[in-house]
Design a protein around this ligand. Sequence first.
Ligand code: MF3
Ligand code: CO
Ligand code: CO
Length: 258
Amino acid sequence: MIILKTERDLEQMRPAGAVAATVLEEVAAFVKPGVTTRQVDQFAAERIRHHGGKSAFLGYRKYPCHICISVNDEVVHGLANDRQLRFGDIVSVDCGVIYKGFIGDTARTIAVGGCGVAAQRLMDVTQQALAEGVAQAKAGNRVTDISRAIQTYVEGNGYNVVREFVGHGVGRTIHEEPQVPNFVDAKSNQRLRPGMTIAIEPMVNAGRPGVKILKDGWTVVTQDGSLSAHFEHTVLITEGHPEILTWPAQTPSKLKVA
Ligand code: MF3
Ligand code: CO
Ligand code: CO
């Protein structure tokens, strides 16, 4: 069942998205060479608490961390540990926050200090693939219109989308219907309707699309060891352009007047 959000729901879901996006921005600024992924997780936990939210991931199916931190060939669901981030690594941070009963879910891949051109191109293509998907997220279109836009863009640039993990509806719980695959799948072809809130999240491998799960039971890595990137926004379907909910709030003090 797809849960349509009312205007009242959205009044709460917008701030949830803003908190998730703000935490992700803060975490991105914290990531630098020498920092361990556990320190990144602890920093995220502190920022989520500071903004009055709770991690939507901690405890979900016994997930043990506050955010997901996936480095280089890790695709998603990377666990925090003693690994030190190094200059040139690319790290995907996925941040799900519960705030006043609703969830914002957003992710991005960040270069640690800087990175090579191949890694930068992978990140650019994945971020643009998200934009291509979001552009199709409007009432009257179908889920496959989003999926096709992402898949076509990614494969047109010589990369591959991951099949085993998909985007999803999101609201009071992290994973609601419908599933939003990053490839055309006839099983996921629901009509998009105003009030639907969905997380669109291309996971893109530089090499083959295959993935495997490490012995920790969580960390998803590329089978061929190639780099992977991940960008995600929670968006609201409207009659017109989609509204990106996971956008950092602009407080008046941040606005610069010429
Ligand atoms: N990566 C997932 C998403 O964005 C959520 C991770 S759930 C966790 O939908 F438990 F693995 F953290
Ligand atoms: Co996410
Ligand atoms: Co998600």
